[in-house]
Write a protein that binds this ligand. Structure first.
Ligand code: DGY
Length: 328
């Protein structure tokens, strides 16, 4: 049953403007310390709330859900990815799950493009050299990277973010290739002059740069397996701004150690926030702490979506951003 003034529990600190509005609209409990909740604290929250507002740092698994209170009817996730929520268990218990799609597309695509350029042009290494006082001045053959123009970019996952990456990459003179469950609309393919590869294996073997932009689901876990990574050319680059679990990280480290890839740009990690220490010592790896969608504007838009989802649900309607297990 929808509740007019639902008890909403938010698990992490959100932008002030969003927290203020949530306090005005709902019976809201915030987390001003921003400390991630333990599993026991999550269970307690699920027992007390009508609506839980988690983020990707909360593991809402079947154990948490099985102990949720009868009143918990909505999990309004602050974020697009819902791989940290057992959506199917929630659905079985009659709990609606929503997310915040669309509003972080442009920010994540900007960030992906920045990582592509940073890796090609050795920006992380250049920063290290300069900050470490090692720079001896300009030299004709120093810090040579590679040109973006003319490179073949293979996008794994041609949803909203993949397409936004493709648009940017076109402007940099790259040719666009993609692998997706389905071909995108012909007009989108035409606009992006994009080539569809039904076989991921074949695409990987022919690209200069591969960008991972698909969601993490059981079907995409280690989609870039050791075998598939080995198909990439030794002068190719891999960029991941989606989820760490999509790439077999141990295999990636081994390939970098063996010089079988030119470079990697990672904003996400398989065991976040842990980062394989071997990456830290590699100059051809650009590492960033899952900040692809981290703009103030984006976070406010995400918060607005959360509010709209809660309000619509409280008013007895289907919230706009329902996540349906079968569609992931
Ligand atoms: C999301 O919303 O899933 C993003 O990964 C957050 O950056």
């Amino acid at each position: 049953m929808a509740t007019a003034n639902p008890k909403v529990i938010v698990t992490r600190k959100l932008p002030d403007i969003i927290e203020t509005r949530m306090m005005e609209l709902f019976d809201t409990t915030l987390n001003p310390t921003d400390e991630p909740l333990s599993q026991d604290q999550l269970i307690e929250a699920a027992q007390q709330a009508d609506v839980l507002v988690p983020t990707l740092t909360d593991n809402i698994d079947a154990r948490v859900l099985s102990q949720a209170g009868e009143n918990l009817k909505l999990i309004a996730n602050f974020g697009t990815g819902t791989d940290h929520i057992d959506v199917s268990a929630a659905q079985d218990q009659g709990i609606t799950v929503t997310n915040t799609p669309g509003v972080l597309t442009e920010d994540t695509a900007d960030f992906t493009m920045a990582l592509i350029l940073a890796v090609l042009r050795r920006m992380s290494e250049g920063t290290r050299v300069l900050r470490g006082g090692e720079w001896k001045g300009w030299a004709p053959t120093a810090m040579l990277g590679h040109r973006a123009t003319g490179k073949r970019l293979g996008i794994v996952g041609m949803g909203r973010i993949g397409q936004a990456v493709a648009r940017r990459a076109r402007a940099f003179g790259m040719s666009i290739h993609y692998h997706n469950r389905n071909k995108v609309l012909p007009e989108v393919e035409e606009e992006l002059e994009a080539t569809y590869w039904q076989s991921l294996d074949q695409m990987l073997a022919r690209m200069d740069i591969v960008s991972v932009n698909c969601p993490h689901t059981p079907a995409t876990f280690h989609l870039l397996s050791a075998r598939r990574l080995r198909l990439m050319q030794p002068n190719a680059y891999l960029i991941n701004t989606a989820r760490g679990e999509i790439v077999n990280e141990d295999a990636l480290v081994a390939m970098l150690e063996a010089g079988q890839l030119a470079g990697v740009g990672l904003d996400v990690f398989e065991h976040e926030p842990a980062v394989n220490p071997k990456f830290l010592a590699m100059d051809n790896v650009v590492l960033l702490p899952h900040m692809g969608s981290a703009t103030l504007e984006g976070r406010i838009d995400m918060g607005e979506k959360v509010i709209i989802n809660i309000k619509t649900h409280a008013d007895g309607h289907n919230p706009p951003d329902r996540v349906l297990e079968g569609l992931l």
